[in-house]
Each structure stands twice: as C-alpha cells, then as structure tokens.
Design a protein around this ligand. Structure first.
Ligand SMILES: [Ca+2]
Ligand SMILES: [Ca+2]
Length: 323
C-alpha cells in the first residue's frame, strides 16, 4: 500500500468526500456499529504447551529451510536460509497492550501526526492531514484494478479510531491494534525490550519451524480470511466479517495464533527496489481466493513505512536463550 498507488487510482476524490465532517461522522458510526456486531469481543487462548519465561511468548527453534513461494513473482526465488532460535509473541499485539505502551510513554503514533510533506512532495493537502487508509466495503466495483474503490485515506483514522472519527476501540481491547506505521511498531517493541521479526524469522515461525512444511496455495480453514467475491460479497464463513479478536483460530504447531490472516504483520526487511517500503507478511482478513492469495507463509507485500492502514498490525520477538 502506497500513497502513490492510492493517488493514481483516485482515492483523493473519495477521501475528500469522506472527509466532509457530517458524512464522516455518520460513516464512522456505521462502521463502529458494523464492527460491534461482527462477532465475539474476546477469544480464550489455550494454555501454552510449556511455561514461558517471557510472558505471552513461545519459543521458535532455529533451523534451515527453503524460503519463498512461487504463486506471485515477488515471492521468488526460492532460497535456502538459516535462522537462530528466538521467542515470539503468541498473538498479534492487542489494543490493550498498545494502550499500556501509550499510557506509560505518551507516545503519539504516525497516523496521529501531520504528514511530513518534505518526504512526500506533491502530496495534496488533504493527505497531509493525520489519518490512515481504511477499508470501506463497496456495493459494486468496476474491475479489480482500482484499489480506491475500497481503500480510502480517512483523516482522523488512527489506532484509537480505526474507522475514522466516530469509531472507537471501546470494548475491543482484545483485538489486534491496527493503523500502526513501521516506526510505531519499532517503538513499541523497543519499549518492551524486544524487536520486530525479520522476514525470514517471521516466515520460519509461520512454517511452524518445519523445514518440510509444504507450500499450499488453497485457502486455509483455521485463519480469518475472506470468503466470497472480494470486495463486494463477504460470506464470513469463518465467523468474522471483519478483524477478529486475537486467538480465535487454532494456533499453529508452535502455539502461535493468527500468523496467517486477521492482520498483516510488519517485518524489518526493506522491500528490495522500493525505497521507504518494508515487507509485510501473513495476509489479512481481506485476503480472498478471488483477489489476493496471500494467506501463505511465503507470500509477501510491500508497505510504505509511514502510511498507517487498518489491515496491518504486528507482533514482537525476543533474542534470548531458549527453554
Ligand atoms: Ca473472515
Ligand atoms: Ca496475522
């Protein structure tokens, strides 16, 4: 997701319309109501298989594996890599966890600050207002090439108001935090004495630290993805029309939840050939067979570092001796 791509496809006009105060308030209220009606507000996590010295984290043993996949060009080439063992958050970082960080530090996220116009010359003034890119389900679309048909830059959208002004995270403490720019994720991790995973670490953990994990391309059952014709028909056969609280689906063999689906997750790897972009992994609740087959460990996507979007979150890792 990039500003350039949004602009090229005409999001600005939509954002200007959405930005008109009253309309935005109504939209935010509708979005909040839709989200509130979307399913449970909390899912109970299973007891970890082993007690952990690092709260909320599980051990990912080291190993060698073949990284990448062959479905989309950006996943190639397949290459052998080695990773050391590390600890990883069992779940995506939640609103409650991020709120504790903000409470303790007074941190202000990128989506709450004015956009640095010097970094983005030519950016229209509306997109220089603090905000985030929000998914808005359209009634109909004209082809799938124009992402502005379902992505809108909404001034006032941020982690506290992920649908824009009028929306809120009240009651959604156990949902993963979203509208988080790369620097926000790094700051949170540093506050916890941790870091973000590299792409290789993330992918290895998603492959359950199994060098023989096959590259399946079918839609996973145990993950929050999109069933139906994206973006106009959301069958929610997995039980969730939108983002799910963390831990609602079966964990992988390492005890990690939502590695595939729910929210995309930041990694530290720059996206080669795309300055200012980092690799994100795992796909989100918006990934559908009809549009984005990225609900796989080997799948990847570039993301503009300082652009917050509401299908992207993160989890942290810790380099420390294993159990
Ligand atoms: Ca779903
Ligand atoms: Ca995820």
């Amino acid at each position: 997701m990039t500003r350039r791509r949004l602009l090229l496809t005409g999001v600005l006009a939509l954002a200007l319309i959405a930005g008109l105060g009253a309309g935005l308030w109504v939209y935010g209220g509708r979005e909040a109501a839709r989200l509130a009606a979307a399913g449970p507000l909390r899912c109970d996590l299973a007891e970890p298989a082993a007690a952990s010295p690092h709260e909320g984290m599980v051990w990912v043993p080291g190993g060698r594996f073949i990284m990448g996949d062959t479905y989309y060009p950006e996943e190639r080439p397949l290459r052998e890599v080695e990773v050391e063992g590390f600890w990883m958050d069992r779940t995506e970082v939640t609103n409650a966890e991020f709120a504790a960080f903000v409470e303790a530090t007074g941190y202000v996220t990128v989506a709450e600050r004015p956009v640095d116009a010097a970094l983005h010359p030519g950016l229209p003034s509306d997109m220089q207002k603090p905000g985030a890119v929000v998914f808005v389900m359209p009634n109909k679309v004209d082809g799938s090439g124009n992402i502005a048909q379902w992505w809108q830059y909404v001034p006032g959208a941020n982690w506290r108001h992920p649908g824009g002004p009028g929306s809120s995270i009240e009651g959604r403490e156990h949902f993963p935090v979203t509208a988080i720019a790369y620097g926000d994720a790094v700051a949170y991790a540093a506050w916890k004495g941790r870091s973000l995973p590299s792409e290789a670490q993330w992918e290895w953990a998603s492959r359950e630290a199994d060098p023989d994990a096959p590259n399946r391309h079918d839609q996973p059952q145990e993950a929050n993805t999109w069933q139906g014709l994206f973006p106009v028909i959301n069958l929610a056969e997995d039980g969730f029309t939108g983002i799910a609280p963390v831990g609602c689906f079966k964990p992988n063999a390492l005890g990690l939840y939502d590695m595939i689906g729910n929210l995309w997750e930041w990694t530290t790897d720059p996206f080669a050939g795309a300055p200012g972009m980092r690799v994100i992994k795992g796909g989100s609740w918006l990934c559908a067979p009809s549009y984005c087959v990225r609900y796989r460990p080997g799948a990847r996507q570039p993301q503009e570092e300082d652009l917050a979007t509401t299908h992207l979150g993160f989890r942290t890792i810790l380099a420390a001796p294993g159990p």
